[in-house]
Design a protein around this ligand. Structure first.
Ligand SMILES: [Zn+2]
Length: 345
């Protein structure tokens, strides 16, 4: 079976049709919303110290993905608020739900449940929102970069050393995507890519999972430009990044995180110039201040993202670190007058 003969899900067909009509809206940051809840170690662990079926003696405060199992109501409410603010697509709270990232918390065994439940919770929130306004909504299974990098050494004295291999990553991502599919994710979003080799392992795991389930979900692939020279941490320009992931025939390619919208613009324009697929951009609410907080107001972020839309650079927009439901509402209104970017054939 070739890529062209793939089975398209009804959700994917509906998503493609909508993307031709208008610029679609992705949600904003999950972490910022979780922070406002002021959760304690006990809250993270859940009622009775172990509300989920998985036990770990490691401290869990800060393990935001675990809240899927221990505070599911709170996570669902955040998804719901983003949906009602105008998000067509929300991301599951699974950025760090791989065995590699969960090893820090001793919860490698919880990975399947985190991903499957993470997708189900997001689906519930979307269905509630759709019951209110009738708008279709989509769940993107979020896959983060992990906390290890396959193409760079973490040890300056041993440049040949690697803390993780492509094969390790492919196995870990395979577990994650299997859980996301089991939970009913409509598409898969590989995001905050600072090392393209990690992303290639994630793509490989997705294509394997699609072959095994005989259902191909749309892939969104989002890189992160980490410095002023306009390269990813593994040293690629946006053009090189595109050519490294083009074989996945993604539904979107784009950029997120690290920079605010204005600083992201030239890199986004470069990507839009080379990639014959849809473009997705979800910048931070500006650059972090000295306290690591984001100061841009919803209107400020929305005005800059509207410039992307006015210039015909984007098909999907949303927010990354520091953005809130108010940012997403402002952004959805700001891009509404503009047509989605024409995808080059
Ligand atoms: Zn971010």
């Amino acid at each position: 079976m070739t890529q062209h003969a793939k089975t398209i899900t009804p959700a994917a067909a509906s998503l493609e049709a909508l993307a031709r009509q208008r610029i679609l809206i992705l949600d904003g940051a999950m972490g910022t919303q979780i922070q406002t809840l002021g959760l304690t170690e006990e809250d993270y662990r859940g009622a009775g110290g172990c509300a989920c079926a998985h036990h770990s003696d490691h401290p869990q405060k800060g393990n935001n993905d675990l809240l899927i199992l221990t505070q599911p109501q709170a996570v669902e409410e955040i998804h719901f608020r983003y949906a009602m603010a105008g998000a067509d697509i929300v991301e599951t709270n699974t950025f760090s739900a791989t065995s590699i990232a969960q090893a820090d918390y001793g919860l490698e065994k919880a990975v399947f449940d985190l991903n499957a439940q993470g997708a189900r919770i997001a689906r519930r929130a979307m269905d509630r929102a759709t019951a209110i306004d009738g708008r279709p909504r989509f769940v993107a299974g979020a896959i983060g970069p992990t906390n290890r990098t396959a193409s760079l050494s973490p040890d300056v004295n041993n440049p040949g050393y690697r803390a993780v291999t492509f094969d390790d990553l492919a196995v870990a991502y395979g577990q994650q995507v299997t859980g996301l599919i089991a939970g009913g994710a409509d598409l898969i979003l590989i995001e905050t890519i600072f090392d393209t080799l990690n992303a290639k392992a994630a793509i490989f795991a997705c294509l394997q999972a699609f072959a095994a389930t005989r259902v191909t979900l749309p892939l969104m692939i989002s890189g992160t430009i980490t410095d002023a020279s306009g390269r990813t941490l593994s040293g690629q320009t946006p053009t090189a990044f595109w050519h490294s992931v083009a074989h996945a025939r993604p539904f979107t390619v784009g950029l997120n995180c690290a920079l605010g919208a204005s600083a992201m613009r030239p890199h986004l324009a470069e990507l839009a110039g080379v990639a014959p697929t849809r473009i997705c951009a979800y910048p931070n609410a500006g650059l972090p201040n000295a306290f690591g907080q984001y100061d841009e107001t919803p209107d400020q972020t929305a005005a800059q993202v509207a410039d992307f839309a006015r210039e015909g650079l984007v098909n999907i927009v949303g927010g990354c670190c520091g953005t809130t439901p108010d940012h997403i509402r402002a952004l959805a209104e700001a891009v509404a007058p503009f047509r989605p970017r024409e995808v080059p054939q």
